[in-house]
Design a protein around this ligand. Structure first.
Ligand SMILES: CCCCC/C=C/C(=O)SCCNC(=O)CCNC(=O)[C@H](O)C(C)(C)COP(=O)(O)OP(=O)(O)OC[C@H]1O[C@@H](n2cnc3c(N)ncnc32)[C@H](O)[C@@H]1OP(=O)(O)O
Ligand SMILES: NC(=O)C1=CN([C@@H]2O[C@H](COP(=O)(O)OP(=O)(O)OC[C@H]3O[C@@H](n4cnc5c(N)ncnc54)[C@H](OP(=O)(O)O)[C@@H]3O)[C@@H](O)[C@H]2O)C=CC1
Length: 272
């Protein structure tokens, strides 16, 4: 049992998103890059957000020969003014049929070691920035009768040791997602959360996370990690006509990890 041995099996028609536009945050690496590239392969015009221009440029290079297109804006999604302006530029350029709030992250620590500033940082990135992005995309989503996919975490309804701040933020995003699914249903806008289990990306590459990998896989009933391609395919599915009646859902793409003993980023050691 180890990391993902999934071989991508594309199921959507190649031209399914021709003429449509998307915004993907965190598109310079990991899950966000895989989503952006899959959408480009399916014909979408994608704008990627992220802080590192060089990383976004690499995604642009990978998308160069694809049927869709990839442009980008280097920005911090926690900067609401910059986010609003970039969202409007992207929406004016090619519309927003799909917004993927993927940028996110945290540090792993027991709650007793999380300062108020650390808590606020993680809530700002993983909850408040999702609210800001979604609100600023609203007019474009309404015009396109579009969709929002919020990248969350597996197991947010049961908790995960070492992630008090992040689980609280993602639970908040689920509440936001469900509330907007109600408020915006009349506009034809759908919103869903995807909860990946363990995904081996740069975000999980620090020493502490690497040490946890075996126990994370062991805690996953299907015995392997989630691949970025699987998250990308499901994101595309949710944006496609196949997902037309799906809204307000949390879909966990985790090999039943949320039904197992749980994914914990630290062991249950001392709180002192
Ligand atoms: C489903 C199970 C598996 C889940 C696996 C999940 C994986 C991923 O999410 S992969 C995604 C990946 N990438 C990352 O998570 C890295 C990105 N992280 C960050 O950018 C930071 O953690 C951030 C969100 C907190 C950034 O905020 P920023 O405002 O830039 O942070 P500061 O450096 O100013 O620190 C603020 C505050 O937080 C305290 N802090 C930082 N690290 C720790 C730590 N390891 N333990 C305890 N506290 C920490 C820091 O000390 C600051 O607080 P004060 O000391 O009170 O000033
Ligand atoms: N890897 C895993 O096991 C899992 C990950 N997730 C979630 O999936 C999402 C993607 O993570 P993953 O691909 O693994 O890790 P990465 O670290 O590769 O991706 C995080 C992305 O978010 C961007 N980002 C972070 N902070 C900001 C910010 N303030 N403003 C703009 N962009 C930002 C980063 O770009 P840049 O640094 O250039 O700003 C980066 O591209 C995250 O929300 C993560 O929590 C969920 C479940 C499991």
């Amino acid at each position: 049992m180890s990391v993902s041995d999934f071989t991508p099996q594309p199921v959507l028609r190649d031209d399914i998103f021709n003429g449509q536009g998307a915004v993907v945050s965190g598109a310079g690496s990991g899950i966000g890059r895989a989503i952006a590239l899959r959408l480009c392969a399916l014909g979408m015009a994608v704008t990627g957000f992220g802080r590192r221009e060089d990383a976004l440029k690499e995604t642009a290079d990978l998308a160069a020969d694809m049927p869709g297109s990839f442009d980008f804006e280097a920005l911090n999604v926690r900067d609401t003014e910059a986010l609003d302006a970039a969202m409007a530029r992207s929406g004016d350029r090619h519309g927003i049929n799909l917004l993927v709030n993927n940028a996110g992250g945290q540090f792993f620590a027991p709650a007793t070691k999380i300062s108020r500033k650390g808590w606020d940082s993680v809530l700002d990135l993983n909850l408040s920035a999702v609210f800001s992005a979604t609100k600023s995309a609203y007019p474009y989503l309404k015009a396109a009768q579009g969709a929002v996919v919020n990248i969350s975490l597996s197991g947010i309804d049961r908790g995960s040791m070492g992630l008090a701040h992040s689980v609280a933020a993602r639970a908040g995003v689920l509440g936001l997602t469900r509330t907007l699914a109600l408020e915006w249903a009349g506009d034809g806008i759908r919103l869903n959360c995807l909860g990946p289990g363990t995904v081996v990306t740069a975000g999980l590459s620090d020493e502490a996370a690497r040490q946890m990998l075996d126990s994370l896989v062991a805690a996953t009933p299907m015995g392997r990690t989630t691949s970025v391609e699987e998250v990308a395919e499901l994101t595309a599915f949710l944006a496609s006509p196949a997902g037309a009646l799906m809204t307000g859902q949390l879909i966990q793409i985790d090999g039943a990890a949320h039904l197992g003993p749980g994914l914990h980023m630290i062991d249950g050691g001392s709180n002192e």
